[in-house]
Design a protein around this ligand. Sequence first.
Ligand SMILES: [Zn+2]
Ligand SMILES: [Zn+2]
Length: 383
Amino acid sequence: MACLLLAAVACRPASAQYHVFWGDVHGHTSHSDGKGSLDDYFTYARDVSKLDFVIVTDHDFGNVAPWRMPKDTWTLTQNMADKYTVDGSFVAIAGYEWTSQPKYWTEVGKDAASERLFPGPPKFYNHKNVYLPGRIEYLVSAKDPASMSPNLLATAVLKHGGLIQNNHPTAGSEGADQWGYDPTYCSVITNTEIDADTLLYEGKTYEVGVERTVRGFLSRGGKTGFVKGTDTHEGKPAARTAVLAKELTREAIFDALRHRRNYAVTNARIVLSFKIDGHEMGEEIETAGRPKIDVDIHGTDTISEVAIVRDGAVLHSLSPGTEQVKFTYVDESFQQNGYYYLRVTQVDKDKHGDLSRAWSSPIWVKSKVSRRSSPSSIGHRQE
Ligand SMILES: [Zn+2]
Ligand SMILES: [Zn+2]
């Protein structure tokens, strides 16, 4: 298995049932606006970044007129993903980036490169990655009137057994357009790319508000897990998403991503386990008592902060100053329901100067009993 080549900690079982497998869920080749071939992309993922799985996600608009990915390219993408997949060793997945953005419609984009095809949709929805477990004849494009909204896209992808993720949400106007879909589609739009609210890039600081934006969606009742991708345009995928899966097969990777049994990292391969009452991240559970939160983190450097976030605010945090942290926290102030996730920050930095971080997917907890009159609720936040 490829993961045996990694440091032992990267392969540590997250539980008796699941293993941690590392991948990248977002990257481009020269088939859209990136560099290199599909061979280059998959080879780099497998041999240089030592990933367990990778998804290739070229834009659905292709790279040249008529500004749609040619059918031959989509067929080739699927062929190459199949060619590189070796169960138990490396899983390659064919995907694409559904791209709903004004500049790809000449009627509305001021710097558009595309040809006039048809009028743009009444509203744009940013970018979403779509990935498929099996072959489909042609991709479901944002440039097709039958699939130019997230609801239409989700309906079509659901039929094919595929999954969708919300890409690079930011607090800006375009990034905030991610959430325009029916909440019932959380069964197919299962994950969202997460990142810190403040990012460094080439020496400058940017207030992007990513985590804040995602928390806003969660606090409005939205359901999403957390992934991250490099969005490489240089053909260099890297470990940004960890999945908890039983084995290294395409089916098992999809099963993890479908159930949000995944977490995001910005740089270092931080191994973490986050459970409530024995349930894994991504689950929606009911409890008769107080949620018992079990945290087990195997970092790669000194961990400066561990935070349990509940309903948009830090519920509990600590500054361990060690590489490994294990503790149990019982939420005595729990009322009727809430979502929880874990955020980890290490002291090491990536090449831009950003700290290594990790975010578990949330767990949603509902009480089986009404606690509104419970004496222990005095002094605590009411739902
Ligand atoms: Zn994008
Ligand atoms: Zn992209």
